[in-house]
Design a protein around this ligand. Structure first.
Ligand code: CMC
Length: 428
């Protein structure tokens, strides 16, 4: 049910419409606020701003709920696969057998990069961060498909499949390049996640062993990262798409936004933090004191979330998976012990409890990735592979929305007022 709300601005009442979401969230539609009053809203960091209506993902941060297209994340994690979930996110419904076969076939058809793209990899220095390579190469891939620029609706499924498939190929090629190893081409007989592991770890003439428990763990990591409503990178993708930039350009911008340590880059930062604590022989207590005293501006990486104020349901699933994978691989990891200790202390510490800081998806995912041999600087790349279907779904939602306008926020200006130009000789 949609209604209205009355606000008093500068002593004058105005009536604004409200919009009710399907899960009961209320949005005040302020589209006419400025024309009616001259005022705009100010919300740095957008903690109270709904930038769009979306039917893809629902989060209730107070209750720790995450749903993709109405399906609970725990149920999908248990019963679905990354590719089936990708289809669900993009097209709105779980695929039937024929739709899933069609989608998988399109991913396979589009998995190879244009051969000339291999030369681009050679241009990067060995020290290049794989996220820099990933973002550049996704954009470079668009130049091999000029019909993307004026993409027509009927071409969308092919472009979407190409992006989801090739991001995995680009990611694996970046890793091989960074380690001076020969590129391994995808195999048409392998499924999505198997193929990624094959391109990462096989050698010419010697295929790596694809252990089912590793394939499953990685597929689950991709699935758990597949979408997360209007986070920094997804908002970036929508922002770029709103100017009618193509799908690859929008996704490339998403990769850049994801890279930062407060967002997807947190998985790399968590591992580096745990390594540092381990190296110093600390059990985590000293480190947490530094965090709480705010000395050195440190944060407990992998903790806290803008939306989740109770628990992150992805973190619960990942923690369980972490114990399972290490058990299956007969591995132990001192970093896992430190992570568990940090969590145990933080969950009972006034600083973290009062600020509602809980482990997020990044806290334990790195330990699984490390156990399966993924280098630390590839962690955020794996997040990007997982998040791609969510970005594609959000891009599609922007393009399908006939009322969508270019994103163009306003600001409250706080700089100098009008003044006269001073010639150079007169300046202090
Ligand atoms: N460690 C220590 N203190 C923290 C942390 C943390 N991880 N996160 C927030 N705080 C404190 C912060 O210092 C502030 O304290 P005070 O009120 O004394 O100034 C208070 O909690 C509120 O923090 P905020 O920065 O206003 O919260 P935010 O909603 O803007 O930031 C966040 C959310 C995720 C960026 C933040 O919690 C953080 O930096 N966490 C560590 C990085 C991280 O793990 N990011 C991954 C997020 S989940 C994956 C994804 O979707 O990207």
């Amino acid at each position: 049910m949609n209604g209205t709300v009355e606000l008093i601005i500068d002593g004058k009442p105005i009536t604004l419409p409200t919009f009710l979401g399907t899960e009961g969230e209320v949005g005040i539609d302020i589209a006419t606020l400025r024309s009616k009053t001259g005022a705009i809203t100010l919300d740095p960091g957008y903690g109270n701003t709904g930038a769009c209506k979306s039917a893809i993902t629902f989060i209730d941060g107070e209750k720790g709920i995450l749903q993709y297209r109405g399906y609970d994340i725990a149920e999908l994690a248990q019963k679905s696969t990354f590719i089936e979930t990708a289809y669900l996110l993009i097209y709105g419904e779980l695929p039937n057998a024929a739709q899933l076969a069609g989608f998988s076939g399109m991913l396979t058809e589009n998995e190879m990069l244009h051969e000339d793209m291999r030369h681009h990899f050679e241009g990067f220095p060995p020290s290049a961060h794989p996220m820099a390579i990933l973002s550049s190469m996704i954009n470079a891939a668009s130049s091999y498909h000029p019909n993307l620029i004026h993409a027509r609706e009927e071409h969308f499924p092919c472009h979407a499949a190409r992006l989801i498939s090739q991001v995995r190929t680009i990611a694996a090629f970046s890793y091989r390049k960074a380690h001076g190893l020969p590129s391994i081409y995808p195999k048409t007989t392998l499924k999505y996640t198997e193929n990624f592991l094959h391109m990462m770890f096989s050698y010419p003439g010697e295929d790596c062993e694809l252990k089912p428990e590793i394939v499953k763990a990685l597929d689950l990591i991709f699935l758990l990262h597949a979408d997360h409503e209007q986070n920094c990178s997804t908002s970036t993708v929508r922002m770029v798409a709103s100017s009618r930039a193509n799908l690859f350009a929008s996704a490339s911008a998403g990769v850049c936004a994801l890279w930062g340590p407060l967002h997807g880059g947190a998985n790399q930062a968590v591992l580096e933090m745990l390594e540092e604590i381990h190296k110093e022989g600390d059990d985590g207590t000293k480190f947490l004191n530094e965090v709480k005293n705010k000395t050195g501006n440190r944060r407990l990486m992998g903790f806290g979330h803008r939306v989740y104020k109770n628990f992150d349901p992805r973190a619960v699933i990942i923690k369980e998976q972490c114990d399972k994978v290490l058990g299956q691989l007969h591995k132990s990891d001192p970093l896992l012990d430190i992570a568990k200790k940090l969590e145990e202390i933080a969950l009972h510490d006034e600083y973290f409890v009062s600020r509602k800081l809980y482990p997020n998806v990044d806290f334990y995912s790195g330990i699984i990735m490390r156990a399966i041999g993924i280098p630390v600087d590839m962690f955020t790349v794996l997040f990007a592979i997982g998040r791609m279907p969510g970005w594609v779904a959000n891009f599609k939602e922007v393009m399908d929305d006939r009322d969508s306008r270019i994103s163009r926020p306003r600001q409250i200006y706080t700089g100098a007022t009008l003044r006269s130009y001073k010639p150079l000789a007169e300046r202090a």
